[in-house]
Ligand binder design. Structure first.
Ligand SMILES: Nc1ncnc2c1ncn2[C@@H]1O[C@H](COP(=O)(O)OP(=O)(O)OP(=O)(O)O)[C@@H](O)[C@H]1O
Length: 272
């Protein structure tokens, strides 16, 4: 498989670069269940890439492979031109992969600000001992972390709730705080697991706008799983379609929309 090395400009003026993540012949099994069956696809720098498919298709499993939560039995993961050795999720995060979860995973008792600060943990090298020895460095690090967090808080328009404990927020805002925490890590690749799930129409519109703005403003490469087809087609540059662990479609929203196998999967046409 050849990774893309060229770049091009989209109709809306964004630059899509070379391959950031290349998944090659990934197979993942849970006992007798083959959740992912020999799937390959790539994600290019600066693009919004969606993974869609009916329930149980293997989408979350695929995101978990990318983020290092699951180790596939077969296949290779290439990240930024290098084959990734087996890694723990925190090591994958250190390489610049951040994610949000299908079920919100925030510290409910902590403020919005503290939750977003958690996204900077990978940048905090100083501990209590080094803080004592190199006070200047620790102070500089603290300032940098705060500046980055404030930028994200401004960008996602959550200034007004910065001191509020997350547990008191409505669902849509919690999802936004989760996005803020992932973004605070300044990821090279941002993984969003059903960012719009459980939201009303207005919340979905807000979240769609933020995802587009994050991609546009920070140039962040984004891979997302989403059930709402309308949202996916509007947001994405390219879409991978999974069904029963297989890849049944891959291309632009228009290409995928007119793919008969994809139409059948969504209409629930029986498999042989
Ligand atoms: N930890 C696990 N242990 C055993 N089987 C699992 C595990 N995780 C997923 N599976 C199985 O793998 C298959 C794919 O599941 P997965 O959650 O990846 O699908 P999905 O497309 O994300 O579904 P949904 O849209 O419902 O979230 C399913 O058959 C599921 O039961």
């Amino acid at each position: 498989m050849n990774a893309h090395t060229d770049s091009f400009t989209t109709d809306d003026g964004r630059t899509i670069g070379g391959t950031v993540l290349d998944l090659r012949n990934i197979t993942l099994r849970f006992g007798g269940v083959e959740a992912i069956k020999n799937i390959s696809f790539d994600i290019r720098e600066g693009e919004i890439r969606a993974i869609i498919g009916p329930n149980g298709a293997g989408k979350s499993s695929m995101l978990n492979v990318i983020s290092g939560f699951y180790v596939p039995q077969e296949g290779e993961v290439w990240f930024r031109g290098e084959k990734r050795p087996q890694m723990r999720p925190y090591q994958v995060a250190q390489q610049g992969v951040a994610r949000t979860f299908q079920n919100i995973a925030l510290f409910e008792g902590m403020s919005v600000l503290d939750n977003v600060m958690c996204g900077r943990l990978g940048y905090m090298s100083s501990n209590i001992l080094t803080q004592g020895l190199w006070w200047g460095r620790a102070a500089r690090e603290e300032t940098e972390n705060r500046e980055s967090v404030e930028r994200v808080i401004d960008f996602l328009e959550i200034q007004a709730i910065r001191k509020t404990p997350v547990g008191r927020l409505p669902y849509g805002l919690k999802k936004r705080v989760e996005l803020a925490r992932a973004l605070a890590a300044e990821p090279k690749l941002l993984l969003l697991d059903e960012p719009m799930a459980g939201m009303n129409v207005e919340e979905k519109e807000d979240m769609s706008r933020f995802i587009l703005d994050v991609n546009d403003e920070f140039g962040t490469t984004i891979a997302l799983i989403e059930h709402d087809m309308g949202v996916v087609m509007d947001l994405s540059d390219r879409v991978v379609v999974m069904d029963y662990g297989r890849k049944i479609g891959d291309g632009t929203p228009d290409e995928v929309r007119s793919n008969q196998e994809v139409i059948d999967a969504y209409l629930g046409v029986a498999h042989d």
